[in-house]
Design a protein around this ligand. Sequence first.
Ligand code: 2HA
Ligand code: ZN
Length: 272
Amino acid sequence: MKMNDIKTAPFMTKAIMLISNMYRLGWDERNGGNLSYILYDQDINEFLDTTQVIRKIPINFNARELRNKIFLVTGTGKYFKNVEYNPEENLGVIQISEDGEYANLLWGFLDGGTFTSELPSHLMSHIERLKEDNHHRVVIHTHPTNLIAMTLIHELDEKSFTKTLWKLATECIVVFPEGVGVLPWMLCGNTDIGRATADKIKGFRACVWAAHGIFGTGTSLDETFGLIETIEKAAEIYMLCQGQQIINSITDDQLKAIALAFKVKVKAGWLL
Ligand code: 2HA
Ligand code: ZN
C-alpha cells in the first residue's frame, strides 16, 4: 500500500515545531533535552506500515507494560536545533516489542542512531502516568535556564520549592495545583534516575532535576509544553527578583481563593 509521507503527518509537524520552539527558547543546548510521544493508530495509519521493522534495539530494562505501544522519540546525541532540517535522522518512531525487551524501529534514526539516553526515565514515567490517566501521551525532558538557576539557590524540598513558584505568579497554582516533584542532583541517563523520576511522576506531572532540568508529562504536546513553560516563567520571575526584597508575593489565603475560583484540587496540606 502506498503510504503518505510521515513528515507531513500532523503529529510530526506539531512535534517538530515544539522541539524548534524549545531550542529557540534556549532550553536545549547541544544535545540537551529529549521527547517521547505516544502515537495512536489514527495518527500513523496513513503514514506507516507497522509490520515493517527496520531494526530491533534493546531497551536494557523491561517495558512490558508498554508492549505494542508506538512512540515518536528523539535520538541520542542529536541536537534539537537540527530536528526541523533533518527529522528522519534526529527522530525515530519505535514500537515496544511484545516481550518488552526491544524497541522495534519503524521509521527514522536514518544514520544508524538510536533513541535518547533518557528512554528508561521516559518509559518508566509513561507507565506511571498511564496508571493515573489513560489519556496521558507525552514526556518532555528539557533544560530551562531559569529553573536550573533556581535549583542552585533555592532549597530542594518540593513543598517549599512549589510554594515559592505558586506565590510568584497567579497562573501557577491553576496550572500545577498538585505541585512539582523535585529530585536532588543525580547521575542522568540510567535506570536509577528513571525509577526516582517515575516515582515522583506518580503524584506530580512535572519533576525538577536539580542542576539539570525538568521532566514534564501530559496528555498532549501543548499541555506538556505549557506546564513546563509556566514553571520556567515563574522561575524566571524568581531569578529576576534576586537581590531585591519580595514584599508582595501571593499569600496562602489568596492561593486558596485562586484554587476555589478555578476549581483546582491543590496538593493536600500544602496551604495553611
Ligand atoms: O539528551 O538532556 O539528560 C540529553 C539530556 C540528558
Ligand atoms: Zn538532560
